[in-house]
Design a binder for this molecule. Structure first.
Ligand code: AMP
Ligand code: ZN
Length: 469
């Protein structure tokens, strides 16, 4: 499979250290608020990648952290502590907020058919590992203590910027508008591994460490959690495009300083979902969540469909018009599949293989889900049996996870369930006559008879309404 690699800045043939086994790491959510549908675009595309790698025969070990400590609003070492901000907003403790939003995140994932990774590790559960790593970095000379904090010394590396051709002087790392630069840093790009002199007097979560009571920086968690479960190499590391810098750049710096060799060959970044006003963010007040989609009557899987219709390496604009179009297209697909359900014909294996090849050709070329989705339409149009089409759709849906056949089956069951038997219709007619003749005792007896058959009637202005009891 060809997959774009942010490190080499080209499509590379995806290979793993151990053939057929993929060790995949995903930067997990910061659980201080609900995930917005932009965050979830990233997790949907990573889920498709995970499932496609399995589809083509790999074993995948997927690891995800849950950020419940250390992430500041700047993604660097400045700004507010996100978890503390969430706790204050809701007058709860940090751990209460973390639990609530971790559960909310996985509930959203479930609605979007995003599979839970094999390993899900909250950062607060690995403090000993972080302290150990920081200690090793100090021993190896890659870190220094200053002003109570421990910093990574980026000048010790041959190459710090790995993803983009940054000009160092263009980067104002640690110096944001209205925020004083951190004078403890030896180099502008240095970053905090362990905070003790926190500017958050009310910091709730603090741990004893050789450098005093404090808490870990955000970046060290992903390096350590990855190594805890995957050892000292990874095959694939994923995140949203904003994670490239500083987060992933810092992850590589620390990890390779620790292990002394290349850590992860392949980096997968999903571009952003924007709304019509620009980048989607949680600090903008009301933001787009899965619950909001549902409140407006959309199926979360129609949102997944919307995401799959475009390539992960292009930014995508969300609007309610686009969402409506996606829901309409999704419904039409389901309706077409429904017409195939009752055909009792046989699978044409040769045709099935040909149609599936079109799908793998699309996905093998840098996970082209947009083209993968058009294969769905080609299958429906193909000159073959209904059983062949259904078998192909079932295969594609192992990766696309749109629950197409399930939705089609549910729609068919609903229609069946609403078909009123002739016997009930006859009783309803008799009841109408009885009411006309003002024989209410008979009308009531007929109502009971109808109820005994499992149907319920109600007089409305439009006439008699008959529903399943
Ligand atoms: P966070 O919860 O802020 O740590 O972010 C969780 C994931 O969502 C990270 O992988 C981010 O890179 C990604 N992300 C953040 N904003 C967006 C966006 N607008 N579109 C797509 N992915 C995003
Ligand atoms: Zn990370």
């Amino acid at each position: 499979m060809l997959l774009y690699n942010s490190l080499s800045r080209q499509k590379d043939v995806f290979t793993t250290v151990e053939p057929g086994k993929v060790k995949m790491y995903t930067c997990g959510p910061t659980v201080y608020h609900f995930a917005h549908i932009g965050n979830l675009r990233t997790y949907i595309m990573e889920d498709v990648l995970d499932k496609y790698l399995r589809f083509i025969g790999n074993d995948v070990l997927r690891i995800m952290n849950i950020t419940d400590v250390g992430h500041l609003t700047s993604d660097g070492d400045t700004g507010d502590d996100k978890m503390l901000k969430g706790a204050k907003r809701e007058h709860k403790t940090v751990m209460e907020i973390a639990k609530f939003y971790t559960d909310a995140f996985f509930a959203d994932c479930k609605k979007l058919n995003i599979k839970t990774p094999e390993v899900v590790q909250p950062a607060t559960g690995c403090i000993a590992e972080f302290i150990d790593a920081v200690q090793k970095l100090l021993e190896k000379g890659y870190a220094y203590e200053a002003g109570g904090n421990v910093y990574f010394d980026t000048s010790k590396l041959e190459q710090y910027y790995r993803f983009l051709d940054f000009k160092e002087e263009d980067l104002e790392v640690g110096v944001r508008e209205g925020v004083e630069g951190d004078t403890n840093k030896r180099n502008k790009a240095d970053f905090v591994l362990w905070f003790t002199k926190s500017k958050f007097d009310d910091q709730e979560l603090k741990w004893e460490s050789p450098w005093g009571l404090g808490y870990p920086g955000w970046h060290i968690e992903c390096s350590c959690i990855s190594m805890k479960y995957a050892g000292d190499t990874l095959d694939l590391h994923c995140g949203g495009i904003d994670n490239m810098f500083p987060h992933h750049t810092n992850e590589i710096a620390q990890s390779e300083a620790l292990i002394g060799h290349e850590w992860c060959k392949h980096w997968f970044h999903v571009h952003h979902l924007n709304d019509e006003t620009g980048k989607m963010s949680k600090s903008k007040g009301e933001f787009l969540t899965v619950s909001l989609l549902e409140e407006k009557g959309y199926d979360p899987l129609a949102y997944r469909f919307f995401c799959l219709q475009s390539h992960y390496r292009k930014s995508l604009v969300f609007s309610w018009d686009n969402m409506k179009n996606a829901q309409t297209a999704y419904n039409k697909l389901v309706a077409k599949i429904r017409t195939l359900l009752n055909e009792k014909d046989a699978v044409d294996e040769a045709k099935k293989a040909e149609l599936l090849k079109a799908f793998t050709d699309a996905m093998d070329n840098d996970l082209n889900t947009a083209l993968g989705v058009t294969v769905l339409y080609d299958i429906l149009k193909a000159d073959t049996t209904a059983a062949t089409k259904l078998a192909c759709i079932a295969e594609l849906d192992k990766v696309l996870s749109l629950d197409l056949i399930g939705h089609a089956q549910a729609a068919a069951d609903d229609a069946d369930a609403q078909e009123i038997p002739a016997e009930v219709l006859a009783l309803v007619e008799q009841r109408k006559e009885a009411r006309k003749a003002k024989d209410f005792a008979k009308a009531d007896a007929l109502r009971d008879e109808i109820a005994a058959l499992g149907w319920q009637i109600r007089e409305t202005r439009q006439g008699t309404e008959i529903t399943k009891a």
